[in-house]
Design a protein. Structure first.
Length: 301
């Protein structure tokens, strides 16, 4: 239940000002920011006491208890927004509901819910036709696809990029719940050409993986660059003749463009791994590059 003291004039002023600051700095809507501020502040008894006794917002805003509460709130929101996906259990629940769905309409709703539950695909949905158009121009002649760090993107591609149904599409990710969603999608739609497997990059490439015509490394290179830079060379040995790599134009959490930084990371990956960039495009949320393994860039596999 909502605490009544949150409606005291001073509390309302403080909450509105904190929420406004958060919405300006982070990619969160003002209403969501306000709800988060109220949720966190209402559990803070010391802050409640300070707000009840204050004559104006400034009296509270200079107190340590307020500054600490605001800092904790920023930290929590930042880490929350940076996660690829929301509730830990949401994707498993949705995978279960997709398996249980027995009519096309419910299946369609579950697929849309899964796409929206993962930040990488959620952002892409607004620009999906341009995204699919670029992939079409670059990969329609491919027959075998390897999607590395796939998240739930194979659901979008299997539905909207018909040429990806060509012969074989292998989807790999360390996130077991994302893989479960891809597997549930393949099962519920009877797609035997789509295989999903839990796998992590530090296992290197499975021996049995033949060379693929096309590898998708969508929004993956910048993540590996940030988190496991040593593994970029493994990524460069992906068993595929051509690769589509991509990065984001905006950060998941903070407002502002990260396009220059992501583009530089993608270019340095191509350079470091000796892959040749043969095309570059962008959508509203994503920078995409098509790389090719030339005779000089062939790495022992
Ligand atoms: C930014 S998301 C992109 C998801 C998807 N490719 C897309 O564009 O919609 C990065 C994905 O890479 C996966 N990932 C990150 N590091 C990984 C690793 N070392 N091995 C396997 N998967 C990894 C994450 O689990 C996550 O699903």
């Amino acid at each position: 239940m909502r605490a009544e003291w949150l409606d005291l004039p001073v509390a309302r002023e403080v909450i509105a000002s904190v929420a406004e600051g958060l919405a300006a700095r982070y990619r969160v809507e003002p209403d969501t920011a306000r709800r988060e501020v109220e949720r966190i502040f209402s559990a803070n008894r010391e802050l409640e006491k300070a707000l009840r006794g204050a004559a104006c917002a400034r009296d509270v805003e200079r107190l340590r208890v307020f500054k600490e509460a605001e800092k904790a709130l920023r930290k929590e929101l930042y880490y929350d927004l940076r996660r690829y996906r929301g509730e830990k259990s949401a994707l498993s629940d949705l995978a279960g509901r997709l398996r249980a769905a027995n009519d096309p309409e419910t299946r369609g709703q579950m697929v849309e819910a899964i796409l929206a539950a993962h930040a990488s695909t959620r952002e892409r949905l607004l620009h999906r036709s341009r995204f699919i158009g670029i992939l079409a121009a670059w990969s329609t002649s491919a027959r075998t696809f390897l999607d590395v760090g796939c998240g739930v993107a194979p659901l979008l591609l299997a539905r909207e990029a018909p040429w990806c149904r060509a012969a074989a599409y292998t989807a790999l990710d360390r996130d077991a719940q994302a893989i479960d969603c891809v597997a549930a999608f393949a099962e519920s739609h009877g797609l035997d050409w789509l295989k999903a497997r839990t796998w992590t990059l530090n296992e290197d490439w499975p021996e049995e993986d033949a060379r693929y015509d096309m590898a998708f490394l969508l929004k993956l290179v910048p993540v590996i660059h940030r988190q496991e830079r040593d593994l970029l060379d493994v990524l460069g040995r992906v068993p595929a003749h051509r690769l589509i790599i991509s990065g984001s134009r905006e950060a998941l959490a903070k407002r502002g463009s990260i396009e220059r930084r992501e583009r530089a990371v993608l270019r340095s990956f191509a350079e470091r791994t000796g892959l040749t960039c043969i095309a570059e495009e962008e959508t509203g949320d994503e920078i995409l590059m098509l790389l090719e393994r030339t005779p000089h860039s062939v790495v022992e596999m």
